[in-house]
Ligand binder design. Structure first.
Ligand code: CP
Ligand code: NVA
Length: 307
């Protein structure tokens, strides 16, 4: 049977992703007791290994609580506590973990680590963030967008700031869910060419610009993220060139009436976003953080549904 890895939004088809998002909405509606029809048989007693090469609050907690609410358990593993930290290969680690547990979530520095793990694991592998993408986060963002604005079709989202891992998953999402995305970054911090090329091949409605005002004009949703992602260097240079991309009340005023503000968190007030925006009435950042839990349950149910 095909193993249901959740590695990236471009690696899954639109129907599968829509199904996961619908399940996430249903999980939220049902509260802690997930609807029986959404919980795959055998998940009771299932164990998720969570491997972390970088810090995490939301991903760690939401996956752990998600497993408990589904009737399973999760084991958090810091990579330095594993033999992985002493040079045991990813491939051998994948083979060994697969003998004990039912699924692996990994937060890795390098995307290649995630892919190598998935190549050698015989259980589902979930991307909990790499240097290239953050698909679980963007599924929660889309859920939050839908809660606030209804159907995504025809909606306009604006990504402002660094063309980073989260931006890449937003680009994948625009193609898979059929909405318009405008990405405004300084020229040197544009999303990776491979992601732009993929969007063009898929005929996605994604504009790449260096003008934040052009990006937010009429947008239903404005999204940003930290200017210095985990593992990145050159913080001072980044902060300097990203300064014109700070999301403040003036920029939000140029978006559509009633536009929402999103940020995956952790946020740095006074840098990528002003306090009056992130703590103001258009901000849905804590709904977005909560929705990580509901989306994680839906992703886990989908991954483990193949067992
Ligand atoms: N947004 C997000 O992934 O948060 P954590 O780094 O706290 O997991
Ligand atoms: N782009 C950020 C997201 C943190 C959740 C990072 O990679 O650090």
């Amino acid at each position: 049977m095909t193993i249901r890895h959740f590695l990236d939004l471009d690696a899954l088809d639109a129907k599968t992703l829509r199904g996961i998002l619908d399940a996430a909405h249903a999980m939220k509606k049902a509260g802690k007791r997930s609807p029986a029809k959404l919980v795959p048989k055998g998940i009771e007693g299932a164990v998720l290994a969570m491997v972390f090469e970088k810090p995490s609050t939301r991903t760690r907690l939401s996956f752990d609580v998600a497993m408990r609410q589904l009737g399973g358990q999760a084991i958090p593993l810091n990579h330095t506590d594993l033999q992985l930290g002493r040079g045991e290969s990813i491939a051998d680690t994948a083979r060994v973990l697969s003998r004990y547990i039912d699924a692996i979530m990994i937060r890795a520095h390098s995307h290649e680590t995630l892919m190598e793990l998935a190549r050698h694991a015989t259980v589902p592998v979930i991307n909990g963030l790499t240097d290239k993408s953050h698909p679980c986060q963007v599924m929660a963002d889309l859920m939050t967008f839908e809660e606030s604005k209804g159907s995504l079709k025809g909606r306009v989202a604006a990504w402002i700031g660094d063309g980073n891992n989260v931006a890449a998953s937003w680009m994948h999402a625009a193609v898979r869910f059929g909405f318009t995305l405008r990405v405004a970054t300084p020229a040197e911090l544009r999303p990776e060419k491979s992601v732009i090329d993929w969007v063009r091949r898929e005929k996605g409605d994604v504009m790449i610009t260096d003008d934040p005002v052009k990006a937010v004009r009429g947008a239903d949703c404005v999204v940003t993220d930290t200017w210095v992602s985990m593992g990145q260097t050159g913080a001072e240079h980044r902060k300097k060139i990203l300064k014109p991309y700070a999301v403040d009340a003036d920029l939000m005023a140029k978006a559509a009436k009633g536009a929402i503000f999103m940020h995956c968190l952790p946020a740095y007030r006074g840098h990528e976003v002003t306090a009056d925006v992130i703590d103001g009435p258009s901000s849905v950042v804590f709904d977005e953080a909560e929705n990580r839990l509901h989306v994680q349950k839906a992703i886990l149910a989908w991954c483990l549904g193949s067992q």
